[in-house]
Design a protein around this ligand. Structure first.
Ligand code: NAI
Length: 676
């Protein structure tokens, strides 16, 4: 019937509208598909069906949301207003049909997808695969296709705001408890359940009895304040305005359907056009770019062998088992293996919740002290001590036993692949898979290619990283790769400030004011000061980095940070005890000066990395910074930030800092190339 939709009517008089967006692996709402949907709805109504079922023919899900690409780089709010008004009109047509409609949901049903589903009379979700939600706040906006109006009307304000402010994707059963879907059924019963529901036509879901209290004028004032406090724990209004604007929009318009639609159509385009949403949309697209890096090879691994069951190897093995791979874990020490397996079980219990699934994951992780698994594995990951001779000796023993097509990967954080591979018979198969600590939390994995590394092997390594749910970032085998290289100057500047008498809490606050997720002093304590020192020492062989004595002294006296209970801070119950700072540190201007010192060193290093070709382009650099160092996502990454704040402004600022604080601020020669 049209390129994106197929309409059929069955013997019982039901119309079935199949969404299968042409030339796209997932269904998206764009101007084109909205027009097609509108036309399909008009045609459906002409059949005078007994009911209409909306479903997707894509295996991955119902509808992934609005086409985010179309929001990037818009020049005026009006540009974003057009698709919003259009979607509102089309969804209202669906809602106002004289016959009931039903969304038959499987897989992803997010953003605009959930808003479309909410415009139907009923929603049925497949029990296992469904992930439904309104994650717009994560992109710096809020639902604009009638989502705020319909979510509050159907679920009630409390649950609707929980879904919209949290931005989570919900599984089917909790979504049913929230009122986001009406019925949860296994896949084989989806169509049957749809027919039955449209035959019985029960009263659609309504909010709880106390909802009117919440939406009364005093209720709104109180609830808005509560919502704001909840949000303030996670996001500051000056960094992330969207959730605050949503709360205000709700307070002003809730209960008046048309006012809510108008409010959306006015507010959302302004937000989309704003700096935060544009930077977050950029971060989202960068993430897609990293995912694409994992699609350059169709390599699939079933069995992973990990050598070294310490902090990193143990957690990498656990993560791979969690993600469904069979894993053998080798270590020379029985105690290390026991500890690693213990940590793995805690991870399975926490992440999988279901004891049956946790047991299955446990069964996939096999302690293998003698390393038999290496001969059968598709991927072998080495994560033993950071010692060139030890690693080379291990490879000499491993290489003859590996399968001809197996990947040999190292988790080294500082040794050049060229040196590590120099005794291998096939150095082209050695690749770096640089995971970050804590493995379960850090999304990024650097895919390190040495001079000898075969491009196909690097592509396979990226596909492997993607398959276990990580974001692969291809980097050159340069000292520190990308993430540590950018992070260290920033951390060292923070430690230097600390040495100069600035309280740790003030330094950390300056960084979080900028938008970093945790301050650098706390971060150093969390990572471990011994590890920071080791990385600094390795990097300082190649770059003019000075090791602050505050760092070396602490390591020498065993004050290693969180793991030893004392570092820059004393640690209690996994929390740093930050002594309060004196009044003289209250000034925001002073904190800005501090954050400039730390952040500009990172920016300078970013420019150097780009000049040296550590990553292929500025976008990959920004992606690495956001997903590897936590660089404030709403600033869009270091390069984006440099261009927004102004190249020359920053260069000038570097010169000032160099004059006052020393040559560590000397502008890299890469700034010239950037300017031209
Ligand atoms: P670790 O000291 O916690 O663990 C190393 C493990 O390897 C120990 O359990 C040891 O018994 C075992 N081992 C040593 N030689 C072995 C051999 N020949 N055969 C079998 N097992 C052997 O070290 P960690 O921190 O896990 O580091 C491992 C690797 O990961 C290093 O290359 C390090 O640079 C890298 N890395 C470390 C990060 C961190 O934050 N700790 C972050 C990213 C990479």
């Amino acid at each position: 019937m049209n390129r994106h939709f197929q309409l059929e009517q069955d013997d019982s008089g039901l119309a079935w509208l199949h969404f299968d967006m042409a030339d796209s692996p997932v269904n998206l709402l764009s101007m084109e598909t909205l027009d097609a949907l509108d036309q399909a709805l008009i045609n459906a109504a002409q059949l005078h069906p007994r009911g209409l079922v909306l479903l997707s023919d894509k295996p991955g899900g119902f509808l992934a949301g609005a086409d985010v690409r179309s929001f990037a780089g818009i020049e005026a709010p009006e540009q974003a207003g057009e698709p919003i008004r259009k979607a509102q009109r089309v969804f209202s047509r669906l809602e106002n049909f004289s016959f009931p409609s039903l969304a038959l949901i499987h897989g992803h049903c997010l953003g605009g997808g959930a808003e479309l589903a909410l415009a139907c009379t009923y929603r049925i979700a497949e029990a296992d695969s469904t992930r439904i939600g309104l994650p717009e706040v994560r992109l710096g906006i809020f639902p604009g296709f009638g989502g705020t109006a319909r979510a509050t009307r159907i679920m009630g304000s409390w649950n609707a705001m929980k879904v919209m402010l949290g931005g989570r994707a919900w599984r089917a059963r909790p979504a049913r408890r929230l009122g986001l879907v009406d019925l949860v059924v296994p896949e084989r019963q989806l169509r049957h359940a749809a027919r039955q529901l449209l035959r019985e036509r029960p009263t659609p879901h309504r909010p709880p009895w106390w909802n009117p209290l919440l939406e009364s004028p005093p209720g709104r004032l109180l609830a808005a304040e509560l919502f704001r406090r909840q949000v303030a724990k996670r996001a500051r209004p000056e960094h992330y305005p969207a959730p605050y604007r949503l709360i205000e929009h709700w307070r002003r318009t809730v209960g008046d359907f048309d006012a809510m639609l108008d409010g959306e159509a006015k507010e959302v385009p302004e937000l989309i056009h704003g700096d935060t949403a544009q930077a977050l949309i950029r971060a989202f697209l960068l993430q897609e770019r990293l995912k694409d890096e994992g699609k350059k090879s169709d390599f699939t691994a079933r069995h992973v062998h990990v050598v070294g069951g310490g902090v990193m190897g143990g957690d990498i093995a656990a993560w791979c088992a969690l993600r469904g791979l069979r894993v053998t874990l080798q270590d020379q020490g029985a105690r290390q293996l026991r500890r690693a397996i213990g940590r793995a079980h805690a991870l399975f219990a926490k992440r999988l919740r279901d004891p049956r699934l946790a047991t299955e994951a446990g069964d996939r992780l096999i302690p293998d002290p003698r390393g038999y698994g290496a001969a059968r594995a598709d991927v072998v990951i080495e994560a033993i001590f950071e010692d060139l001779a030890a690693k080379q000796a291990l490879y000499a023993e491993l290489e003859p036993r590996l399968r001809a097509d197996a990947l040999l990967a190292t988790n080294t954080s500082s040794l050049p692949l060229e040196r590590l591979g120099e005794r291998l018979a096939q150095p082209e198969r050695l690749v770096g898979l640089h995971f970050f600590n804590p493995v379960a939390r850090m999304q990024l994995v650097e895919i390190v290619a040495g001079k000898a590394t075969d491009a196909g092997i690097a592509a396979r390594a990226a596909a492997f990283a993607r398959a276990i749910g990580k974001l692969p970032l291809p980097v050159a085998s340069r000292p520190g790769f990308l993430v540590n290289r950018m992070l260290m100057p920033y951390l060292l500047e923070a430690v230097t400030l600390f040495e100069q008498g600035v309280p740790g809490s003030v330094i950390d606050r300056a960084a979080t004011d900028f938008g970093m997720p945790v301050g650098p002093i706390e971060l150093a304590d969390r990572v471990g000061l011994d590890i920071c020192l080791r990385v600094t020492e390795t990097l300082s062989e190649h770059f003019p980095l000075k090791t602050p004595s505050a760092l070396a002294e602490r390591v020498a006296t065993g004050r290693l940070g969180q793991k030893s209970g004392q570092g820059f801070y004393a640690w209690r119950h996994a929390h740093p005890q930050k002594p309060p700072a004196g009044r003289e540190w209250k000034s925001q201007a002073r904190r800005r000066e501090l954050s400039d010192r730390m952040i500009l060193r990172m920016l300078n290093e970013a420019v150097a990395c780009l000049r040296e070709g550590v990553v292929a382009d500025a976008d990959l650099l920004d992606a690495g910074a956001i997903y590897g160092t936590g660089f404030a996502p709403f600033r869009g990454g270091p390069m984006h930030y440099i261009h927004r704040r102004g190249l020359h402004t920053i260069e000038r600022r570097l010169r000032e800092l160099e004059k006052h604080h020393g040559e560590q601020f000397h502008a890299d020669s890469g700034w010239h190339a950037l300017a031209s």
